[in-house]
Design a protein around this ligand. Structure first.
Ligand SMILES: [Zn+2]
Length: 298
């Protein structure tokens, strides 16, 4: 950085690129400039610079002492349990609709493309549509994911949490739970990105995100410890007769493990839903219809 300008190094022998900084950034000390990334915008067909800046704002202390646990659900993006067993299920119907739409459109475009000669004019036109569809879909999905992780963070702050414990799907062996890819197909939700977004949003509130092995958390009955294979969105225990929401069962099991080291010490006391993001069905329909028009044969 020099004279309110950012100098970007290029290959040896070439002059650096100079970028004038906007007033808000020009007064920051040079050490605040952490990273510069060159990002390609596939829709706009151009490159963008993304600048990472450390604003030197110290994160506040944790709002309280409570431990919360989140189950990255198979039915909903997340269910969060507190120490008393209150469960909040963060749901996003739109995410699922977006995901289903994506698979449907892609399959149809691919089918049409496969009948054409590779690289031909019509083939390339379909290819552009595919790229456009994917890029748009990813933006919408990320937008929803940001809103959900924001809502979880706000909830954690209101609950005076010190830490949020998240089941770690990476440790789960095959057959114990749906694989991460299958979960994504069901929920349309990227667990990796969810954890990434949550980590920094929580950190800004002084709350830490911790991971723990979540093996059997969705199968184990939170009431008696028996193993059941849940079907659909309701968890029913054949041994003790307990019936609760499947994701609530997973969430209180996570909470129990985080606090006591094993499942079964906490049962769901209440289950509430939060839908932090809700586009009207009319809007979703419009998006779908406008894409249909773009994709219609000409
Ligand atoms: Zn049971």
């Amino acid at each position: 950085m020099r004279d309110r300008q950012l100098l970007l190094a290029r290959a040896r022998g070439l002059e650096p690129i100079t970028v004038a900084l906007p007033p808000a950034l020009a007064t920051l000390p040079p050490a605040s400039f952490v990273e510069m990334r060159l990002v390609y915008d596939r829709v706009g067909h151009r490159y963008q610079w993304h600048l990472v800046v450390d604003d030197r704002c110290e994160p506040p202390g944790a709002p309280g002492e409570q431990t919360l646990a989140a189950d990255l659900g198979e039915i909903h993006p997340a269910a969060v349990a507190n120490e008393a067993g209150d469960v909040v299920i963060f749901s996003a119907r739109d995410l699922r609709a977006l995901n289903q739409y994506r698979y449907k459109r892609l399959a149809s475009l691919q089918a049409r493309q496969s009948r054409l000669k590779r690289g031909s004019r019509r083939w390339r036109r379909l290819h552009r549509r595919k790229t456009f569809l994917l890029a748009r879909n990813n933006r919408q999905r990320r937008d929803i994911e940001h809103k959900i992780t924001r809502a979880i963070t706000t909830y954690a702050k209101d609950e005076k949490a010190r830490r949020l414990v998240v089941g770690d799907v990476r440790n789960v062996g095959k057959g114990k739970r749906l694989s991460a890819t299958n979960q994504q197909k069901v929920s349309g939700w990227s667990h990796g990105r969810q954890i990434q977004y949550l980590t920094y949003k929580l950190a800004a509130e002084g709350i830490t995100l911790e991971r723990q092995n979540e093996a059997y958390s969705s199968k184990t009955c939170c009431g008696c410890g028996a193993q059941n294979k849940p079907r659909g969105r309701t968890y029913r225990c054949a041994a003790c007769g307990l019936v609760c929401h499947r994701d609530a069962n997973g969430a209180v099991n996570q909470e129990s493990k985080a606090l006591f080291g094993s499942y079964g010490h906490i049962q769901p006391r209440s289950t509430k839903y939060r839908r932090p993001f809700r586009r009207s069905s009319r809007d979703t329909g419009n998006v779908a219809r406008s894409l249909e028009r773009e994709a219609a044969p000409q």
